[in-house]
Design a protein around this ligand. Sequence first.
Ligand code: F6P
Length: 358
Amino acid sequence: MKRVGILTSGGDCQGLNAAIRGVAKALYEKWGSEVDIYGIQDGYRGLIEGSYRRMKQEDFSGILTLGGTILGTSRQPFKMMRVIGEDNVDKVKAMKSNFKKMKLDCLVILGGNGTHKTANLLSEEGLPVVSLPKTIDNDVWGTEMTFGFHSAVEIATNVLDCIHTTATSHGRVFIVEIMGHKVGWLPLYAGIAGGADVILLPEIPYKLESIVKTLEQRNKAGKRFSILAVAEGALSQKEAKLSKKEFKAARAEMKYPSISYALAAEIEEKTGQEIRVTVPGHFQRGGSPCAYDRVLSTRFGTAAAQLIYEQNYGNMVALQGGSIVPVPLSEVAGKLKTVPPACEEVRSARDLGISFGD
Ligand code: F6P
């Protein structure tokens, strides 16, 4: 009998259940009743606390289109994994001991960047691990695409489309704040798909004057409205020069709930134009996965099952050049796939006249 543990960790996204289903169905196809799958509750927390259940085949039916994760998830910061807190629990030791207690042959981990650092740690500690890259941010190194990203692009684009109609009717300037603290793939793609006039990304710090100039040029050209797609993690060129500590302190003093509101106030002051801010927030992670994500999650899931079948552990399944390939966890952990400021998508947007505020 083979025993496989599975967990989802970090922020949820669309396609997690489709990927879980892909792994499980492919394992049952390969091993039939010779495999038992254990669902670990709420990510690494469940592995630390020993909270898990034996899954039945029917648990994996009817979940392809379901948002969220049937296993639950939580954020367990990597930097705290080796820190023994007030509860006196050695988390790494506890995870290894529960893995043993469950008599698992391997552990399947679905997650983003932080999750992959801990997946690599567990692999280095000798646990047989296979992982799948999920996140709406599409910032996991080693894969051209993560599942969740395209579903979130659809939602954020839809927000921009809806805002367009009101912006046109009222002749207003709107800011739509799109998720992405450190990496701007989502605002970049949604901004292009949703016809934004200005896109602000963490990777391309902005100058207020440059944004104001774009808005004035649009006014002069008789365009009644403007839409800015602003990443949660957008920052000014001045802020980009600050040390991490100084930046944190400056942001702590900011009297607005997020950068978009601060920017709106600054633009209002400079132009006298009224600005409205819309923040779709966690809407972007919710609901059913789009067709692309269902296919990608399924491909990742079945590829992960194949790695388990071959006992090819210590890898993440990744999309490279259109194919699904294994990438060693040691190569993935600790790296971010950021938007290269000169990438083809940014160039194409600039060719259209979209401003990046720089
Ligand atoms: O990593 C996914 C993500 O949705 C980011 O885009 C966003 O900045 C962050 O998670 C929000 O985290 P939380 O759900 O913990 O508020």
